[in-house]
Design a protein around this ligand. Structure first.
Ligand SMILES: [Mg+2]
Ligand SMILES: [Zn+2]
Length: 202
């Protein structure tokens, strides 16, 4: 059965957004903020040529926290899909978890509370595999955080960790891979490194 590569978005495909003036880091919430990370296009082309199809599985709690509208999340995701398509990478499905346990001021109350899709739960990945029409056997989850790796494990797929020291200020891995607590099947400093490792072991 055909396999897929399930991709985290922030810190895996695109960089986080740094506001030097305010000294804060956030995820991209507008198409103009999208910056593909080093090795993304090259890595995805290798995996495409090996026959994998692509989907994106992303936690976006901004709407539940009142930070960003759900429409802005969708617009940004559409722009990312178009940006990758220009590079010959077809993303066939995108699944978003817009929920958050506690929410925030001005957040949509309908999105606040526990859900089955927020990574590290496996719901987002299971749904994405159904969208893509692929099985677990030859499918991988690639992400940059412990939640991605745990979600992949719980969804029954193999996992690849993108880990670049000092890059992902938002992710729990900034303390180093030892902080992960769950073990990925492969790891590399860029998505290209992870793709090569997957193809060496697939
Ligand atoms: Mg991430
Ligand atoms: Zn959710």
């Amino acid at each position: 059965m055909q396999g897929a590569i399930l991709l985290d978005r922030d810190g895996t495909l695109v960089d986080v957004v740094r506001d030097e003036e305010l000294g804060v880091v956030n995820v991209a919430f507008h198409p103009s903020q999208l910056r593909l990370l080093q090795g993304v296009v090259e890595g995805l082309r290798l995996l495409r040529d090996a026959g994998y199809v692509f989907g994106i599985a992303t936690n976006q709690p901004g709407p539940a926290k009142g930070q960003i509208s759900i429409e802005a999340v969708a617009r940004t995701n559409l722009a990312l899909v178009a940006m990758l398509m220009e590079q010959g990478i077809e993303v066939r499905a995108v699944r978003v978890c817009p929920h958050h346990e506690r929410g925030g001021p001005g957040g949509d109350p309908l999105l606040v509370g526990p859900c089955e899709c927020r990574k590290p739960k496996p719901g987002l990945l299971v749904g994405l595999m159904a969208d893509l029409g692929v099985g677990r056997e030859n499918t991988w989850m690639i992400g940059d955080s412990a939640g991605d790796i745990e979600a992949g494990g719980r969804a029954g797929v193999r996992t690849g960790l993108v880990f670049a020291q000092n890059r992902c200020e938002l992710c729990p891995l900034r303390a180093g891979p030892a902080a992960l607590g769950v073990v990925p099947d492969v790891a590399g400093g860029t998505l290209l490194d992870v793709a090569r490792a997957i193809l060496g072991r697939a």
